[in-house]
Design a protein around this ligand. Structure first.
Ligand code: APR
Length: 237
């Protein structure tokens, strides 16, 4: 990924950008994620307690991912990269940015399509939209698990994300409650005089109040992002 250009736009996305593709957000329906407490299916403790349930949960998420499509919000970011150096830093584990055509995507919280070994950190495999089961192991015998970042686990990609934020000339936030750190702190690493934008029907106003340059589009990604992208193209190119 290149951060050499002054036309770098950093875009932080969250579950909201994929909501209109049919993927449920995390803190939507009564705090449950597809019927489960997030700690049950997205924490090392939950995995230790019931590995079969967690593995099956992500098998279902992968199967669902194969059945959904990117929406106008994802495609607006693809249009933006025709005019600027756009890096999408996503908290999402889905691959809808890539499938829409975004060519610089950094996954802060891992990728649903990938599995890794609990024993050998170097063993990571893209299983696309397939399944794993208890007993599926790496060559060294370690159980395979989803290659996603669970609560309490480190976020190794954050250092790179941090650099991108520091170098960018504009910052866009889309569809995230900004409740989970360190992702929610990313825009604070950007230069404080650059334009910032937030597209979300229920914007995280605590952050907006602290980021005085932030312009809020209080609407869905599929309508708000195309509007914002056309404004940026019209104003800066
Ligand atoms: N368009 C844009 N934003 C939307 C839409 C939409 N159509 N629908 C909902 N939203 C917004 C909500 O208003 C909310 O602010 O998307 C946000 C979703 O917030 P969360 O469910 O908390 O998702 P996110 O912020 O991505 O969660 C962060 O938490 O569970 C962990 O690791 C997981 O990456 C995830 C992280």
């Amino acid at each position: 990924m290149s951060t050499e250009y002054s036309d770098l736009i950093c875009v932080l996305t969250g579950a909201g950008i994929s909501a209109e593709s049919g993927i449920e957000t995390f803190r939507g329906a009564g705090g449950l994620w597809n019927g489960h407490d997030v700690m049950e299916v997205a924490s090392p403790e939950g995995f230790a307690k019931d590995p079969a349930l967690v593995i099956d949960f992500y098998n279902q998420r992968r199967k669902q991912l194969a059945e959904v499509e990117p929406n106008a919000g994802h495609y607006a970011l693809v249009k933006l990269q025709e005019y600027f150096n756009v890096i999408v830093v996503t908290q999402n584990v889905d691959d809808l940015h890539e499938r829409a055509g975004s060519n610089q995507v950094l996954h802060l919280h891992g990728e649903l399509r990938k599995v890794k070994s609990v024993l050998d950190p170097s063993y990571v495999k893209d299983i696309e939209y397939g399944e794993i089961q208890i007993g599926d192991t790496c060559p060294k015998g370690g159980q395979l698990r989803p290659d996603v970042v669970w609560f309490g686990e480190p976020v190794p990609a954050f250092d790179v994300a941090n650099k991108i934020a520091e170098e960018c000339a504009a910052f866009i936030v889309v569809g995230t409650s900004l409740a989970v750190y360190p992702a929610a702190s990313l825009m604070y690493f950007a230069p404080n005089d650059i334009p910032q934008f937030l597209v979300d029907p229920n914007p995280a106003m605590d952050h907006v109040r602290q980021l005085r340059n932030m312009k809020v589009y209080k609407e869905n990604a599929s309508t708000g992002l195309p509007k914002l992208v056309d404004e940026l193209i019209g104003k800066y190119t």
